[in-house]
Design a protein around this ligand. Structure first.
Ligand SMILES: Nc1nc2c(c(=O)[nH]1)N[C@H]1C(S)=C(S)[C@@H](COP(=O)(O)OP(=O)(O)OC[C@H]3O[C@@H](n4cnc5c(=O)[nH]c(N)nc54)[C@H](O)[C@@H]3O)O[C@H]1N2
Ligand SMILES: Nc1nc2c(c(=O)[nH]1)N[C@H]1C(S)=C(S)[C@@H](COP(=O)(O)OP(=O)(O)OC[C@H]3O[C@@H](n4cnc5c(=O)[nH]c(N)nc54)[C@H](O)[C@@H]3O)O[C@H]1N2
Ligand SMILES: [Mo]
Length: 747
């Protein structure tokens, strides 16, 4: 802070700084911050119960004491009357950096210690289908994503990198816990200068940086599986596949090969078959297959491909393609699932543990796959399939969220509003008036990272930093920790929750295992006081050794993978035994899930935003500055626009049967025809809160996306793609109200 002004600079050691942090200065004291605790009027007047006024009700400011008394009683009512299994505390979301104030850890610890547990959620919106699939077919998920092919290996060893969904630099700007060195641009530049070829398969050219000098193959969204099959088909008929590797390191190739050749369904998956499905010329597919064979080839599949219906297929087929090329386990070769999607991939793990808050024990066994939240709330008692099991949705009375924004992350927001209307009570800790806060019964204002003491670090980045507070809390905001400590008191669990420690005492306590780890390695191990008084230091890191896949390749019998067969499973008996039509025993082409038709002729790509992290600090300067007339910017091809009478800079309305939103449009040749891109993260801003499907005037694509799982295997999030119609919006432009607090001047 300088003269009351916040200045934000990147870490001096960062070769490629990230501009997203420039959202902080304007955000710190923005009117969108929550000034004091509030309770929804309808809840105060009528008590707990389903209420469709959530999202359009008034708020009543209350003192902290009164609000915590009221909430304490409500938690006791639910815990003692229905049991902790009636509390949904999954509380999915990223929150913000810091090892102690990590909101998910705080809320889970609180619910475990003070309420006896909660219904949790499993997996993530990021990788909901791959997290379930990979253990069946490749083994340990973390090993595949974080110990496998590094950026250094790409820079030094890869001959050709074929990236499905790309490795956009906008995505590797961020990592949970923070990142001190952005190495991606430099690694791709070094590789390209050495002669490594990059091939981008994506509807958007910007998914690889200029430094990669990539060839762009613009494929139809959700058609990658067909393209991969046609490449493998070409390899097989030309005898270019690595039979030795397939024999030694995989199971089920012969079953898959019969399918590939069309012996089981009469349809060879050749390049001519793939051409109309992918929009990529057969000759181009054949040429690509030939270029890949016999080289140190790396296949990259981004998270985005599996965040769509049948999202398991491209992840599985990417492994099969890499196996057919025979490079898995070699430096810079094989299969790098999710490389570049976030800055914790392609790096090395720290060799000492990070400070970590214990979350205690959850006595409730029940869980949901994370993206099934609306389904759960709308259908208590209904059964569904997940990873080979038939499970039942629990009956939830109280939903508690801290450090996540379902009105950012979930699909079909108009359906989510109905789901939230069903519960007795919705509690939200937030630093700003997000749409989620505006639907809550209890709105508890929390501090942001700049206003509290913490330790910053991430297990794949060497830097460990003291995060000292630079500003006092906004209004009456308090740390999540303090809020939970005072609530725990009302439930007779203050001591169990706090263990008698202040925040700084917790930091010192959590720091100790890191210090012990350093000492055990014979390295300098600064005391907490020394650490806290300085600017942070670098932790030692583990070697870049290719992880389990390298070890397995070198000794398939002695170092088996953690799959049922110990090998890469091109055919999985386990998955086949589940009997799911939408995810059978080997990769299959299940048809194009996003077929444009007359009413919705365009495919919408709702990808990660360049100017912020999800919806966080959307009101900050960097994010707000990239908007046009206050709206989020969508991109479309000039020829598509001309056909609809749309010009560069126009405001457009995107719509389908689920909802509608406005956006500003930028026309570009760097997008596939028939595709429109609108990133996530603009705050949901309904023009008329009383409508069933109000127009979002700001550009949140999740009013358009479909709320359906990837398959009965994984039930992952499918938010990346949907189909829409588009038209020029000529009406009076409604004002943006997303950042206006529902109560004026209540500090
Ligand atoms: N259509 C579509 N939807 C998607 C995706 C997509 O590709 N397409 N991607 C999905 C993916 S991969 C993800 S990970 C999700 C992300 O979804 P979320 O992680 O839910 O999104 P964020 O905006 O990061 O939400 C974090 C919230 O925590 C709040 N917060 C920050 N710090 C603190 C704190 O210290 N305490 C508390 N209590 N709150 C805090 C922030 O203000 C913010 O509202 O979105 C998913 N949604
Ligand atoms: N700046 C910034 N970076 C982020 C985030 C953020 O919010 N902001 N979020 C982080 C998080 S939590 C995650 S999980 C990762 C997500 O990582 P990803 O899911 O990989 O990221 P996206 O940007 O959603 O998608 C990457 C690209 O995939 C392409 N794509 C979409 N559909 C298809 C398809 O069917 N086929 C092909 N070939 N390509 C397709 C799109 O053009 C898109 O730009 O990003 C992380 N990085
Ligand atoms: Mo994510």
């Amino acid at each position: 802070m300088k003269d009351g002004e916040l200045q934000v600079r990147s870490h001096p050691g960062d070769p490629d700084p990230n501009e997203v942090i420039q959202n902080f200065p304007a955000a710190l004291r923005h009117r969108a911050r929550i000034a004091g605790p509030m309770v929804r009027r309808g809840w105060l007047e009528n008590g707990p119960g389903p209420d469709d006024r959530r999202g359009r009700d008034d708020y009543v400011p209350m003192s902290w004491t009164a609000v915590l008394d009221l909430l304490g009683k409500e938690l006791l009512r639910v815990r003692d009357g229905f049991g902790p299994g009636a509390i949904f505390g999954g509380s999915y979301g990223w929150a913000s950096a810091g090892r102690f104030h990590h909101a998910q850890s705080q809320i889970h610890r609180f619910l475990n210690v003070a309420c006896g547990g909660y219904v949790k959620s499993v997996n993530s919106y990021s990788s909901g289908s791959s997290q379930v699939l990979v253990p069946h077919i490749i083994g340990e998920y973390e090993d595949l994503t974080k110990r496998n092919v590094s950026w250094d290996q790409v820079a030094e060893h890869s001959d050709i990198v074929l990236a499905f969904g790309g490795m956009a630099l906008k995505n590797s700007m961020v990592a949970g816990g923070g990142v001190s060195k952005h190495v991606e641009r430099g690694a791709m530049q070094r590789a390209a200068e050495r002669g490594c070829a990059f091939v981008l398969v994506s509807p958007l050219r910007a998914d690889l940086p200029d430094e990669a000098q990539a060839q762009w193959i613009s494929c139809a969204p959700a058609s990658d599986t067909a393209l991969m099959m046609a490449i493998v088909h070409t390899l097989v008929v030309e005898g270019l596949h690595d039979r030795g590797f397939l024999e030694r390191c995989t199971v089920g190739w012969s079953i898959f090969e019969r399918y590939l050749r069309g012996e089981t369904d009469g349809q060879p998956k050749d390049a001519a078959w793939a051409e109309p499905l992918t929009g990529v010329a057969a000759a181009e597919i054949v040429a690509l297959a030939r270029r890949l064979a016999g080289k140190r080839a790396l296949i990259v599949v981004s998270h985005s491909l599996q965040r769509a219906e049948h999202g398991e297929q491209p992840v599985w087929m990417g492994m099969v393609l890499a196996a057919a090329l025979g490079q898995i386990g070699l430096p810079g070769g094989g299969y790098a699932y999710a490389l570049g999607a976030i800055a914790y991939y392609g790096r090395r793990f720290n060799a000492v543990p990070l400070p970590t808050l214990s979350q205690g024990r959850n006595c409730v066994r029940d869980f949901i796959p994370v993206a099934r939240v609306s389904d759960m709330l709308l259908n208590p008692g209904r059964t569904y399939r997940y990873n080979g099991e038939t499970r039942t949705y629990p009956e939830i009375k109280l939903v508690y969220w801290a450090g996540g924004n379902p009105f950012h992350h979930h699909q079909d927001l108009n359906r989510l509003r109905k789901a939230f209307a069903r519960v007795d009570t919705l509690v939200v800790h937030e630093l700003a008036w997000t749409a989620t806060a505006r639907h809550a019964d209890f709105v508890l204002p929390c501090t942001m990272t700049l206003e509290r003491e913490d330790i910053g670090g991430n297990s794949n980045d060497p830097l460990l930093v003291p995060m000292r507070s630079v500003a006092p809390p906004y209004g009456q905001a308090r740390d999540d920790y303090e809020i939970f400590a005072d609530l725990a008191e009302r439930l007779g669990a203050r001591e169990a929750f706090t263990e008698g420690r202040s925040v700084l005492e917790w930091l010192e306590h959590l720091y100790q295992p890191t210090r012990d780890g350093l000492a055990a390695l014979g390295l300098p191990a600064p005391s907490f006081a020394e650490f806290w008084a300085n600017e942070g230091y670098e932790l030692p890191q583990q070697p870049d050794d290719g992880g389990n896949l390298r070890a397995f390749r070198e000794d398939p019998e002695g170092r088996p993978l953690a799959t049922p067969s110990g090998k890469l499973e091109i055919y999985s008996e386990t998955i086949a035994s589940f009997g799911e039509a939408d995810c059978p025993g080997h990769p299959v082409w299940l048809g194009a899930p996003y077929q444009p038709d007359e009413t919705t002729p365009y495919v919408l790509v709702a990808n990660q935003p360049r100017t912020r992290l999800h919806s966080q600090l959307d009101f900050g300067g960097h994010s707000a500055g990239a908007k046009h007339r206050g709206r989020e910017v969508a991109r479309m091809h000039p020829e598509d626009a001309a056909a609809r009478g749309i010009q560069d800079g126009d405001i457009i309305r995107l719509f389908n049967s689920r909802g509608a939103c406005l956006a500003a449009v930028v026309l570009t040749q760097d997008i596939r025809r028939g595709v429109i891109q609108l990133p996530t993260g603009a705050w949901y801003d309904p023009a008329d809160r009383d409508e069933d499907k109000p127009l979002c005037v700001h550009g949140n694509p999740n009013v358009l996306t479909r709320d359906i799982g990837t398959s009965a295997l994984a039930q992952g999030c499918t938010g990346q793609l949907t189909t829409v119609q588009v038209e020029r919006f000529d009406g009076n432009l409604p004002p943006i109200q997303a950042y206006d607090p529902p109560v004026a001047g209540a500090t």
